[in-house]
Design a protein around this ligand. Sequence first.
Ligand SMILES: *Cc1c(COP(=O)(O)O)cnc(C)c1O
Length: 387
Amino acid sequence: MIDTMIPYGKQDINQEDVDSVISVLQSDWLTQGPKVPLFEQTLANKCQAKYAITVNSATSALHIACLALEVSKSDIVWTSPITFVASANCALYCGATIDFVDIDLSSGNMSTRILTEKLKQAKQKNCLPKVVIPVHLAGQSCDMQAIYQLSQEYGFNIIEDASHAIGGSYQGKPIGNCQYSDITVFSFHPVKIITSAEGGMAVTNNADLAKKMQLYRSHGITSDPEEMTEASHGPWYYQQIALGFNYRMTELQAALGVSQLKRLDHFIAQRNKIAKIYDVAFKETDITPLIANKDCLSAYHLYLILLPEANSEQHKQVIITLREQNICAHVHYIPVHLQPFYQNLGFKQGDFPNAEQYYQRAITLPLHPKLTLQEQNYIIDKVKALL
Ligand SMILES: *Cc1c(COP(=O)(O)O)cnc(C)c1O
């Protein structure tokens, strides 16, 4: 009945997207033209943030966000162990020390209770983090108000990794408004909610952080006379005042991003509709979807279910069997601290027990705007038959 693999996630590209990219190819600007600022302005408006800085990936956005917050060698950064490796790597790029805060099993997000405990202990040992990076797993916001209150008490900065969460909301306000954080980061990789092929964005309400991120995105070079150490030599003049990178997004990517952004609300509605059908289907079963927080509208980047018990052999068999039936079930994520690179830094099995239990229970089922009801019913039948 289903003869090609149903992917767990997939981009949705229409003719308008195609035309917008082609029109850039035929224009004068392939990079550093008008589309990047347009994408930034449109996205900043959409998520009610003051400033937006577009870059070539969310990984780059996380890096310049850390740099703007002056994360360096003597600093400590905390994130969730259940995330893509980039959420942790950004701290290491700055020479900082990374540590993790275990998750709440019901939501998969960083546990506020465990964060509170860890902060108390860190204060006693005089090793508080400079930055905490909560990750909105699957598109559902972390408990940002509580994390913000802790940041006021313990004096750390916050970067929201909202790579999964563009278009979602928290307490009725769009994710990215930075009410409870310094900087929020989005990803536009094709499996995410909207795409620019590769791409990312950092948003903030802080003018100084915005200025620094703009600098780090493009070699640390400025053309603003106000920023320079001496009077301009002439109209060609620029100065390098920091060590930056080439993290710029192209005009082709920005045009695609602008075009995709027009359908963001539609994508979110579609993803929530599909998630609801799964929720209803699994209601009277042993399968537990990640809990939906009442304060949040999830962007539903992923649909995650938990098996009733942590049994790595059964977990593996379910995923293999689903794949044999052309359902590309997946796991998001392998706990970052168990990656060989991180184990070499000293992390080990047992460090974050909730994350490790989650890893043996979590399965990602296909969810994307183009998933048909027929495909979804097929997936539901196969999953139910297996469990
Ligand atoms: C995808 C993702 C990233 C990295 O995004 P890129 O745009 O591919 O660099 C970072 N964090 C999380 C949680 C992600 O899912």
